[in-house]
Design a protein around this ligand. Structure first.
Ligand SMILES: C[C@](O)(CO)[C@H](O)COP(=O)(O)O
Length: 237
């Protein structure tokens, strides 16, 4: 079974809005609905679970009903950071699913994830046990200690920019979180960084510049432009 675990536990402070960014309405629907629809319509996804920020669970369920998200089977409480939210999600799924089920962990605020990205993440996870969606680093990279000046650069060929989905076998990701807690690792920024911090190898699957993460208000403008390009494509077909 392939399960999408959507992480919507954050409050979105960097967006400076009154409501969490995953619930902001863009055009005709909330950001999280675009994300849920991508997994709902993917033929290889059997089930969706959402780790949800406290107080928004009923709103989420109402949107799922309104927009026909029938694969949503569980809503799980968020934690006090990304690692804790993901841990809550995988531990909850462990109670009712098999250890070798594939879990695709995905940011609720990456609403333009494509069917191709989801398929490739499932394919690579089936083959190697994990998969991290990545894109190449196209810019020159500089290091800085003070955010103002730089005296160092880093070769971009040795770098990948990570995205989500990030795929794992359920038993493996639960085990990773248990071992991380025992070692006192609690603030890793993503599942892939937690894997690396725990000394494990990760495999790459395809990402896309269009699989944008909505972090700041500027990203909302990019999202709207990409949506309008997508709609023009549909109209041409
Ligand atoms: C998981 C992630 O999207 C990979 O690029 C990223 O690490 C999430 O970062 P955030 O600070 O939790 O938005």
């Amino acid at each position: 079974m392939n399960i999408a675990l959507i992480i919507a536990g954050g409050s979105g402070e960097r967006m400076h809005q009154d409501i969490p960014k995953q619930f902001l309405s863009i055009n005709d629907r909330p950001v999280i609905v675009y994300t849920l629809e991508a997994f709902e319509h993917h033929p290889e996804i059997d089930e969706i679970a959402v780790v949800c920020i406290e107080g928004w669970e009923q709103v989420l369920m109402a949107y799922a009903r309104q927009f026909g998200i029938t694969k949503l089977k569980s809503v799980i409480p968020g934690g006090d950071c990304g690692q804790a939210s993901i841990r809550n999600g995988v531990y909850a799924l462990e109670k009712s699913h098999a250890k070798d089920d594939i879990i695709l962990i995905h940011d609720a605020i990456r609403p333009l994830v494509s069917a191709e990205i989801i398929s490739d993440c499932i394919r690579v996870t089936s083959m190697y046990g994990n998969a991290i969606a990545v894109i190449p680093c196209a810019e020159a990279m500089l290091t800085t200690d003070d955010e103002k000046v730089s005296t160092g650069s880093y070769p971009r060929d040795g770098l990948k920019r990570t995205q989500t989905p990030q795929g794992f076998r359920l038993g493996d990701i639960c085990d990773l979180h248990r071992r991380a807690l025992k070692k006192g690792i609690t603030g890793s920024i993503a599942s892939c960084t937690l894997m690396i911090e725990m000394g494990q190898q990760v495999h790459f699957s395809i990402g896309s510049e269009k699989n944008v993460k909505l972090t700041t208000l500027e990203d909302i403008d990019i999202f709207k432009a990409l949506l309008s390009a997508k709609r023009s494509e549909w109209l041409k077909q």
